[in-house]
Design a protein around this ligand. Structure first.
Ligand code: SF4
Length: 779
């Protein structure tokens, strides 16, 4: 049997996709499917095109997929998509090749005597249902769990939550989006009372200034970054400011790159507010009308221990108290903490404070994967609220998401332990609504959250959870402090089911592997960062017995005796699910577009009211709900119609470098690879461009340690160690005493070294800050 390592070696020389400009400009053809030159024209004539959102990041670019003879053969950016206007990045153009890796799962596998053996899918589904029922009977319903992702389609997530929360009666539903944007959710909920951005990508066309908070958009949101660069070309006064802990491609393209010490963003945001107040740049009328001042608890911990619990409490403060708290954040004090010059802090404040400049702030993992991630989200909103630069074109605090449906599935459907589609599980109204739509007694739906993601895998390790079903994600690469959670999954009496398309370190720990249909091999919906829901049709057949995760869940639900709740035919179930799910959001604050509308258009933003998208929420000019209450703005997520400006202080991270572990470690992604690389590493051109992980060091640190470019080094933390090649002056350059490692490479598992500290409010881990030492490996 071919190993994953052998496969990757072979792929380095395999056929790739090519931009076949001679055939058609702006179209990428899969070279392996290309015809002889004399057949080129008929080849093109035979291609049938259909739209689909890209599945490789949260930007949600619209693609057109060319299908010929039952295979996806070409890709182009959809010129009708308002997201990307015909553009795509290297992952989007090569996305179809991820369907055709030679080691796709085509049948199910069951572990017998320690070995995974192929079995028919129906037999594997029988076993999954049997093990679920046995676990519930002997250990209770909270001993079974499902762990999905922001790549779950909306129907996948909806069926999972209906089965687990509505019918089995456990809140053990989580998704890997907990690891990437839970802090954005709690940031929105605490400040505005409702999740997701008020603006949309058209903000890019109106902003004069972009401030990027720890956000390497050139690699992580490349099409949006291109749109920003294009705006700067068209309107030369436009400025892009990169505020980050390392120099990246984004820094190089920015008008000013400002480097800050890890965790000091909390203090910098407060210093910006200090300067806005000191200079009289507060939008006084806006603040008086639309802002309430609050503070929460402090010294809130890091969640390092099992069963950690925290509940925030808000108290009212006055504007004057808020200003008094800011006195600890003078530019001079914050400069000493952050390493950012007083001049740069004042420069940032002046950009936000200038009444003639429209400012959009973008952020993503740098802010969210943070032990005070919720606080950082609050603090960026504070700046926009103080200056009144919010909820209108170009004035936009814009939280970007990483995955194609972290918003559509995880946040809107509510595939997190504390959530239901219509609100938190603690809300009687949300439970009543779910019970009515699902046709179950309200008592079926538990009123308390159980385990967030880190605690879910701790519970699996402890034995509180005995059965876990993992779909569309690869936690045995992506969880922090990985050694503990892998050992937990491998313990006796744990039953792990994994639905995936390729072998991964997570399928390595599985008792059952179910082969999944991928992306355009089934019908689905995603929801991107700007509240846009996008539908696609099934375009090609999945290989072998592979089926969609939605259909796998329905099959198991029926085996558990829940057929009447999942009565739909295979042909029509996606439409039926959409129509049922839409009922949860049937109000003008969140109304979703009808199925036919979504089929027809390249995505529709919600709230969709009277046949129109709501472009800027809370602004009476655009939002009919706000217009019912005010002439200008109305923040209807809060009972008093005001946004909450919440004072949050600086607090240190969970672990800081010391003599033994003198370097900061930050982890992240690279342009070519999607998350853990299980799909993009099977695309030859992407694999060739970035074949393995590496550790970036500052050249002066490397010199002191006697390390040269390409040398093997060990990155060692208190939790684990990994050996990687060093890279100097490569993609990025970390600041002194910092290193960066991408996490896509399963052969170099950097998450064995990371820490499982998390934001106590969002429960999102901090992948950007822990302490390590670096050792050169003897040649
Ligand atoms: S920017 Fe994101 S959504 Fe757009 S083509 Fe690239 S990976 Fe796909």
């Amino acid at each position: 049997m071919i190993t994953r390592r052998d496969l990757l070696k072979r792929m380095a020389g395999a056929a790739a996709m090519t931009a076949a400009a001679a055939l058609a400009p702006n179209v990428a053809f899969a070279r392996s499917f290309l015809p002889e030159p004399q057949e080129a024209q008929t080849f093109q004539d035979d291609i049938v095109w259909d739209k689909a959102p890209c599945r490789f990041c949260g930007v949600g670019c619209g693609l057109l997929i060319g299908v010929r003879n039952g295979r996806a053969v070409a890709v182009k950016g959809d010129p009708d998509s308002p997201v990307n206007k015909g553009l795509a990045c290297v992952k989007g153009y090569h996305s179809i090749l991820a369907l055709y890796g030679e080691d796709r799962f085509k049948t199910a596998y069951v572990r017998r005597n320690g070995q995974l053996e192929p079995v028919p899918v129906q037999e594997a589904l029988d076993l999954v249902a049997q093990k679920m029922q046995e676990t519930i009977d002997s250990h209770g319903k909270d001993a079974v769990a499902i762990y999905g992702s922001g790549q779950w389609t909306i129907p996948d997530g909806y069926v999972a939550i209906k089965l687990f929360k509505g019918l089995i009666g456990t809140n053990n539903v989580e998704a890997n989006a907990r690891l990437c944007m839970a802090s954005a959710v709690t940031g929105f909920l605490t400040t505005f009372g409702l999740d997701e951005p008020m603006g949309n990508y058209a903000d890019i066309d109106h902003a004069d200034v972009f401030v990027l908070w720890g956000n390497n958009m050139a690699e992580m949101h490349p099409v949006l970054f291109s749109r920003m660069l294009e705006q700067r070309r068209l309107r030369p006064h436009v400025q892009i400011i990169d505020l980050a802990t390392r120099t990246t491609r984004t820094s190089v393209a920015a008008d000013r790159s400002i480097l800050m010490a890890p965790q000091s963003d909390l203090a910098i945001a407060n210093a910006i507010c200090y300067e806005i107040v000191r200079n009289g740049w507060v939008a006084e009328e806006f603040v008086r009308q639309h802002v309430a001042f609050k503070q929460g608890k402090t010294h809130i911990g890091y969640g390092l221990e099992d069963h950690f619990a925290f509940n925030d409490e808000m108290t009212d403060i006055t504007y004057d108290q808020f200003v008094a708290y800011l006195q600890d954040y003078t530019p001079e004090k914050v400069s000493a903490l952050s390493g950012v010059s007083v001049e740069d802090i004042q420069f940032l404040a002046a950009l936000y404070g200038d009444p003639n400049k429209r400012v959009t702030s973008f952020w993503c993992m740098g802010v969210n994967q943070h032990v005070r991630g919720t606080w950082m989200n609050n603090l960026i909103y504070n700046i926009h609220l103080l200056t009144g630069k919010i909820a209108e074109p170009g004035n936009s605090p814009f939280s970007l998401t990483g995955q194609p449906s972290a918003c559509g599935t995880v946040r809107e459907v509510g595939t997190l332990t504390q959530a239901l589609p219509g609100g938190p599980v603690t809300s009687e109204a949300a439970r009543q609504q779910a019970a009515e739509i699902w046709g179950v007694p309200v008592e079926n739906i538990p009123d308390k959250p159980t385990y967030h993601t880190v605690e879910m895998f701790r519970a699996l390790d402890r034995g509180d959870i005995r059965f876990i079903w993992i779909q569309v994600t690869n936690p045995m690469v992506s969880l922090p402090k990985l050694n503990r959670y892998r050992e937990g999954a491998l313990k006796e009496d744990r039953f792990v089911v994994v639905s995936d398309v390729y072998p991964t370190p997570t399928t390595d720990v599985a008792d059952v592997i179910l082969p999944s249909a991928m992306w355009i091999e089934r019908e689905g919906f995603f929801g991107n960062s700007e509240r846009r829901t996008q539908h696609w049709n099934k375009m090609v057949e999945p290989p072998g017995e592979a089926m969609s995760d939605t259909w796998q869940l329905i099959q198991v639900a029926r085996r558990l005796g829940y057929e009447q709740w999942f009565p739909w035919s295979e042909e029509e179930h996606i439409q039926a699910i959409w129509e049922e799910y839409r009922r949860f959001h049937a109000n003008p604050k969140h109304n979703m577009a009808p199925y036919e509308e979504l089929k027809r258009r390249p995505g529709v933003m919600w709230p969709f009211v009277d046949g129109k998208e709501t472009l800027w929420r809370y602004n009476a000019r655009y939002d009919p709900v706000a217009a019912e209450h005010a002439d200008d703005f109305y923040f209807y997520g809060k009972p008093d119609g005001k946004a909450w400006l919440i004072f949050r202080p600086y607090e240190p991270p969970a672990e800081v470098p010391d003599q033994e572990y003198p370097f900061w470690l930050s982890t992240g992604r690279v342009l070519e690879h999607w998350h853990t690389g299980s799909m993009t590493r099977r695309v030859p051109v992407l694999h060739r461009a970035m074949p393995h992980a590496y550790v970036e060091l500052h050249p002066d640190d490397a010199r002191e340690l006697g390390i040269r470019d390409g040398d093997l080094v060990r990155v060692i933390s208190r939790r684990g160690a990994v050996t990687l090649p060093a890279r100097l002056n490569f993609r990025g350059i970390p600041a002194r005493r910092q290193v960066f490692v991408p996490f896509f490479d399963e052969a170099m598992l950097i998450n064995e070294a990371t820490i499982d500290a998390f934001c106590p409010i969002s429960k999102e881990p901090d992948y950007k800050k822990c302490a390590v030492r670096i050792e050169r490996v003897a040649p």
